[in-house]
Structure formats: structure tokens, C-alpha cells
Design a protein around this ligand. Structure first.
Ligand SMILES: NC(=O)C1=CN([C@@H]2O[C@H](COP(=O)(O)OP(=O)(O)OC[C@H]3O[C@@H](n4cnc5c(N)ncnc54)[C@H](OP(=O)(O)O)[C@@H]3O)[C@@H](O)[C@H]2O)C=CC1
Ligand SMILES: N[C@@H](CC=O)C(=O)O
Length: 346
């Protein structure tokens, strides 16, 4: 039976997942027995579509090609247009809501309400939107359990690189005393480009063109995106119960081209580092630019790559490196959550 999906938001990441389902649907079915079908798309500007038997993904892309909206999708029996997000979540026959609207760094809304609506309607929720997980993890996790549905969010930290699932599964049984890493593709890309003499603004434009940046890139450059990711890791992996105000946060806007060149002349690199420490008594966290020496493993992480080291008592330190942002990479993060729902895995 098809696993039906409702997309809430249809920007870069949503289109990335739609392309994967279109291109790989057949092989996913053959290899894993999973048959993902998009029945609903609801987007603020582009409009909304719902068909209980599934939307034609190519016709969706053809419509977007015409003028960036879904209004040119062909009429057919049973097609419903213009449901808003909450109506879509409630009325759609989807099994799973895919929450891929903007991350709101102040309230996490309306995505938190989208999750609550999905759970109370008996639907799973998968997302790359960091707001609900950073600001309402415990409440939403409890609610998902109460309604016997799944709540998955691998792509909220390091896009398609398994920074959340790996410590929960492959590193289970260790005591993790520290998590330290580079968690934002946009700022790491900017810092790398500034090392070659580019200005912050020009480098940010390039990062936006690649689809790495947040809709409001202030979140990236002021460190708020990393703040959210640090809270997610602290609360999901270390069960720390941290909130925004518990974390010292500074971005990269205070770094001048001279600072970058000065660090280079000392054989060092500026990196925006997220750090979580568990000293048994309490968990503390910070997001700060650090001038790291060449022999720090994080010094070699360039462009939109990210990396994280988990300090584990039994296995020793384990470092994971991979994409921190990007459209196919983040689309993949949603896919692996969906595959794990089908397999009934974490
Ligand atoms: N891009 C990346 O590399 C990564 C992104 N993320 C996260 O994934 C999410 C999606 O990212 P991305 O696709 O790049 O972002 P985009 O800005 O490209 O897309 C977001 C989409 O959500 C739509 N939207 C916003 N609010 C609503 C709403 N209330 N109801 C319906 N639709 C809404 C927007 O509508 P419109 O613009 O049409 O008005 C837009 O199409 C974000 O939360 C981001 O933080 C996480 C990891 C990596
Ligand atoms: N804007 C973010 C996207 C992924 O979370 C980044 O650049 O890392």
C-alpha cells in the first residue's frame, strides 16, 4: 500500500524530496518495498493541491515552471485546490505530514501547530524545520507517543548527514561527554570564501544561490541556526532540557576580512563552533566563533561541509563529516526518515 505524504511548504527542500520520489520511486519500491506518494502540497505563495489518489509530480513541476505557482496543474476529478496548511493536515488522507516551511527562530510557529494538528489527526510528522524540535521537543515527542504516530527530524542537524540518528543508534550505550562541531553550511561557506578574499555579503549571495541559506539569512550569520541545532542535539541526544536562553550565542558578523587574514598568517582558521558539554552535573552549550589551529580536525572542514565529534567513553571520539546544507542532501534526510517509519526503526 502506498505511504501517502502531505507537503507543508514547497520550497527548495520540498522540491528536492519530490525529485527524489519521482526519480527513485521505482527502485525504492524494488529495494525496500516502500511506495511514497504525494497526495497534498500546501504552500503560502505557490498555492495548494490535493488529490486523494496522488498528484502527478511532473505536472506539479510543469506548473511551477510556468510562473512559480501550482495554479497551472491540470484539472481532474477529485482535485482540491487552495486548502491552507491546517486544513491540508486535517483533511488530507496522507499518512505523514512533511513539514518544510521556514524555520521561525523566535517562536517555531506555525510549524509547532502543524505538528500538533498532524498528531491529533493520527499522522506522522517528518521535518527539516528546526523550530518544533528546538523549542517543543518534549511536548511534541510525548504527543506523538500519545497518538501512536512517528516524529522524525534527521535533517534538522547537518541535513542528510546522520548527526541525530548516529548517536541515538550506532553510539548507543556510550556516555557522551561532549559534542562539538561546525553545524551551519552557510557560515562555513562564507568563512571559506572570505579566506580567498571575498566579502561576507558576496559570499552570502553565493550561499543563497546554492540553496544553503535560511529564508532570512540573519539566522545563519548571527548564529541562531546553530543555536537551534545545538539545542536539538543537547535535548535529543543528551536529554538536557536546554532552552534558547541557556545557550551563549554569537555569529560571524563581527569577523572582519582583517581578522580572517590575521588568523591565516598565524596558521589558523575562524570557524563557527557549536559545543555541548556534559560534566555529569549539568549540560552547558555555546555557539561562538573560534580561531582553530590547523591540527584541529574542524580546521579542514571547508565550504558547506559540516562536521561533528562525539566524545564517547566506550568507543572513544567519533567524528562525522558531511553536507551541512543543500537541496538533494536535505531531501535525502526526509527520505531516510520516511524509510525508517516504514521499517519501524528509530
Ligand atoms: N536548505 C537547506 O539546506 C536546509 C533547510 N532546512 C530547513 O528546511 C526548511 C525548508 O527549507 P528550504 O526549502 O530551503 O526553504 P525555502 O525558503 O526554499 O522554502 C520554504 C517554503 O515554505 C513555504 N511556507 C512558509 N510558511 C508557510 C506556511 N505557513 N504554510 C505553507 N507554506 C509555507 C514558503 O512559501 P513561499 O515562499 O512560496 O511563500 C516556501 O515555499 C526550513 O525550515 C529550513 O530551515 C534544514 C536543513 C537544510
Ligand atoms: N541554513 C542552514 C541550512 C541547514 O540547516 C545552513 O546553512 O546550514
Amino acid at each position: 500500500m502506498a505511504h501517502k505524504l502531505a507537503f507543508i511548504g514547497f520550497g527548495g527542500v520540498g522540491r528536492g524530496l519530490a525529485h527524489i520520489i519521482q526519480d527513485r520511486g521505482h527502485s525504492l519500491k524494488e529495494t525496500y518495498g516502500t511506495d511514497f506518494q504525494i497526495v497534498s502540497i500546501s504552500d503560502l505563495y505557490k498555492g495548494s493541491l490535493h488529490h486523494p489518489d496522488g498528484l502527478d509530480i511532473q505536472a506539479v513541476f510543469d506548473s511551477l515552471e510556468q510562473d512559480g505557482t501550482l495554479y497551472h496543474y491540470p484539472e481532474q476529478d477529485g482535485l482540491i485546490r487552495d486548502w491552507d496548511s491546517l486544513t491540508t493536515i486535517e483533511q488530507s488522507n496522507a499518512d505523514t505530514m512533511v513539514e518544510i516551511t521556514f524555520t521561525d527562530v523566535h517562536t517555531g510557529q506555525p510549524a509547532i501547530d502543524h505538528c500538533k494538528k498532524a498528531f491529533s489527526a493520527g499522522k506522522n510528522a517528518v521535518m527539516t524545520n528546526k523550530g518544533p524540535v528546538a523549542l517543543a521537543y518534549t511536548e511534541l515527542n510525548d504527543m506523538a507517543a500519545e497518538y501512536n504516530v512517528q516524529f522524525k527530524f534527521e535533517g534538522t542537524v547537518m541535513s542528510g548527514t546522520p548527526a541525530v540518528r548516529m548517536p541515538l543508534t550506532s553510539l548507543a550505550g556510550n556516555e557522551i561527554s561532549q559534542i562539538r562541531g561546525i553545524f551551519n553550511g552557510t557560515t562555513n561557506y562564507i568563512l571559506s570564501r572570505m579566506e580567498s578574499g571575498m566579502t561576507l555579503d558576496d559570499a552570502l549571495k553565493e550561499a543563497q544561490e546554492q540553496g544553503y541559506a535560511e529564508a532570512d539569512p540573519t539566522s545563519d550569520v548571527e548564529g541562531w541556526d546553530v543555536l537551534y541545532k545545538v539545542i536539538i542535539l543537547a535535548n535529543v541526544v543528551m536529554n538536557a532540557g536546554l532552552s534558547k536562553d541557556d545557550v551563549q550565542c554569537e555569529g560571524i558578523t563581527t569577523l572582519s576580512p582583517e581578522d580572517i587574514q590575521q588568523a591565516a598568517s598565524e596558521g589558523k582558521k575562524w570557524k563557527l563552533i557549536g559545543k555541548i558539554k556534559n560534566d555529569q552535573e549539568k549540560v552547558t552549550a555555546s555557539v561562538l566563533p573560534e580561531k582553530v589551529p590547523q591540527d584541529d580536525p574542524l580546521a579542514g572542514i571547508s565550504g558547506a561541509l559540516n562536521a561533528v565529534t562525539y566524545e564517547c567513553d566506550l568507543s572513544g571520539p567519533v567524528t562525522l563529516m558531511g553536507a551541512g546544507a543543500g537541496i538533494p542532501e536535505t531531501g535525502f534526510a526526509l527520505l531516510i526518515d520516511l524509510i525508517n517509519i516504514e521499517r519501524n526503526h528509530v
